[in-house]
Design a protein around this ligand. Structure first.
Ligand SMILES: O=P(O)(O)OC[C@H]1O[C@](O)(CO)[C@@H](O)[C@@H]1O
Length: 552
């Protein structure tokens, strides 16, 4: 049955006709308990979703939908290792990466948990060697710099976490991330490195991704040419991959290949050995704390009733705006410099997962699926794109995220930041009525004619939905919980939309074509197999880059 045929979906469709006229301001006025009703405290993370365009009745209908699609059983199937990624024939078990050692998970005849902990132990020993200064480079010096070479899930998650938690590092190890194949990026990230003390991690699940392999090969060439240390490559290059054979043929010592499994999707892999750069930077104990925070969120997701289940609620609200209000996008607005990379990370987590237009049976869906996730630091956004959220014609639901206790704060900086977080969500919700605007303008001493002219420009409709997510502090544990919370939101939406959130065939076509075009760009004659635009771009490119003839 298509989603639109479910009785809860039909009930939501008809409820929307009246609910779209509700104003959140009125809902607050009529219900003094609204904030308590519509908020959940998980450990010390407050998730407040009271500033949304929902009544208690809307909320009930939304949770009915979760029940009707049998979300509970899908959650169980994911956690127990069913092959939910049916197009690739794989289980979806990133949650197993966060299991404590004492909790077994048997899938088939394998205890997944012991596999995970064996690899974690290997990471642990390696971290100890590097962080204690016992791991020595080709001239006998300890490591000072780590370079993670990876892209997509092999870059965004580790980079986000290293940035967010670097104040937890007790060692002067610096971590750099090379992802873009653009030479400028590579040079910028490597210009001040001392090769004697640099450790490169080639992070690629497949070990075939062009950008990563090209960067890794160039860095290996640079290393060997500069140092001549052909026998010491293994001291400076390690790998994280599920493709052992490819990593070995690159020249990595098999002992220094950190493994993970096909049941860990790239965009869900920061919890696996793909997180090696994280563990090296903040220490394995902090890395394990992050896993513990994610595991706590896993348990919450698995056991909390839908009415108190944060990822489920986030997902349902997203569906409400996406499928009923027709919202195209969702903004992620961290008020915390440490979470600078969260929007970029969630773009991949969400859009690569739920950007699908056929359902699990391969049928074209007749409803909207994954939305456009975007955002940046809220405080900067206020001076850039918030205008559109406040007064534009698009409805943009947003998540505001911050922590109460900063790692560093000079004078009143953090309170200023937080006051803006709170003020913006209030302003977006309340807006400014005609009467309020009139009063404000009168106070400015304007004439009646001037006031009439200004009124429509300065009146704010409000009624803009936001979720507020307030952490006590950004710690390995709370960050682990936060990221797992978003992963489960994405999963829940995928279940409701009846799509496979765990493959990504959409990115393959471009990759394949790029390979073909690259060989043509390197070749002397161009094929004529492309469309007119692509053909002319390639011709113009070749003209611009052609070497001038010696006699011209
Ligand atoms: O880790 P790999 O295999 O290099 O892949 C990197 C990224 O490329 C993708 O396959 C998409 O191109 C992502 O899903 C993945 O995170």
């Amino acid at each position: 049955m298509q989603l639109t045929q479910f009785s809860s979906w039909k009930a939501l469709t008809s409820h929307y006709q009246s609910a779209k006229h509700l104003h959140i301001r009125d809902l607050f006025e009529s219900d003094p308990l609204r904030q308590t009703r519509f908020s959940v405290l998980f450990e010390d993370i407050l998730f407040d979703y009271s500033k949304n365009r929902i009544s208690p009745h809307t909320f009930n209908l939304l949770t009915d939908l979760a029940k009707e699609v049998e979300l509970k059983s899908w959650i169980e199937r994911m956690f127990s290792g069913d092959k939910l990624n049916h197009t690739e024939g794989r289980a979806v078990l990133h949650t197993a990466l966060r299991l404590p050692r004492h909790k077994p998970l048997v899938v088939g005849d394998q205890n997944i948990s012991s596999l995970v902990h064996r690899e974690l132990d290997k990471m642990s020993e390696f971290c100890y060697q590097v962080r204690s200064g016992r791991w020595l480079g080709y001239t006998g010096k300890p490591v000072t710099d780590i370079v993670n070479i990876g892209i997509g899930g092999s870059d965004l998650g580790p980079q986000l976490v290293v940035e967010a938690l670097k104040s937890f590092s007790d060692k002067p190890l610096k971590c750099h991330f090379v992802s873009n194949v653009d030479t400028m990026h590579l040079l910028e990230k490597t210009e001040n490195l001392n090769l004697e003390t640099t450790l490169f991690i080639v992070a690629s699940k497949s070990f075939t991704t062009d950008e990563t392999m090209t960067n890794a090969e160039s860095l290996r060439e640079w290393f060997l040419k500069t140092t001549g240390a052909y026998d010491s490559l293994g001291k400076h290059f390690v790998a994280v991959s599920s493709n052992q054979a490819k990593a070995i043929s690159f020249g990595i010592n098999p002992e220094n290949i950190f493994n993970f499994w096909d049941w860990v999707g790239g965009r869900y892999s920061l919890w696996s050995s793909i997180g090696l750069s994280i563990a090296l930077t903040i220490g394995i104990e902090n890395f394990k704390e992050m896993l513990a925070g994610a595991h706590a969120m896993d348990e919450h997701f698995r056991t909390a009733p839908f009415e108190k289940n944060i990822p489920v609620i986030m997902a349902l609200l997203g569906i409400w705006y996406n499928n009923f209000f027709g919202c195209e996008s969702h903004a992620i607005l961290p008020y915390d410099h440490q979470l600078n990379l969260l929007p970029a990370y969630l773009e991949q987590a969400d859009m690569e997962s739920n950007g699908k237009s056929v359902d699990r049976d391969g049928k074209q869906v007749n409803y909207s699926t994954g939305g456009i996730v975007w955002g940046s630091q809220g405080i900067n956004g206020q001076h850039a794109f918030y205008q559109l959220i406040h007064q534009g014609t698009k409805l943009v639901p947003a998540d505001f995220i911050s922590s109460a206790i900063p790692h560093e704060s000079i004078n009143n900086h953090h309170n200023l930041m937080l006051s803006n977080f709170f003020a913006q969500t209030e302003a977006l919700m309340k807006g400014r009525t005609r009467e309020e605007t009139l009063n404000d303008l009168r106070e400015l001493g304007l004439t009646d004619t001037e006031i009439e002219k200004q009124l429509p420009h300065m009146t704010f409709e409000g009624n803009k939905p936001t979720n507020s997510i307030l952490l006590k502090k950004i710690t390995p544990r709370s960050l682990g919980s936060l990221l797992a919370m978003y992963e489960h939101k994405v999963f829940t939406q995928g279940v409701i939309w009846n799509i496979n959130s765990f493959d990504q065939y959409g990115v393959e076509l471009g990759k394949k074509l790029a390979k073909k075009i690259l060989s043509e760009l390197n070749d002397t004659c161009l094929s004529r197999l492309h469309d007119g635009s692509t053909q002319s771009l390639m011709t113009y490119f070749r003209m611009l880059t052609a070497q001038p003839k010696l006699n011209s």
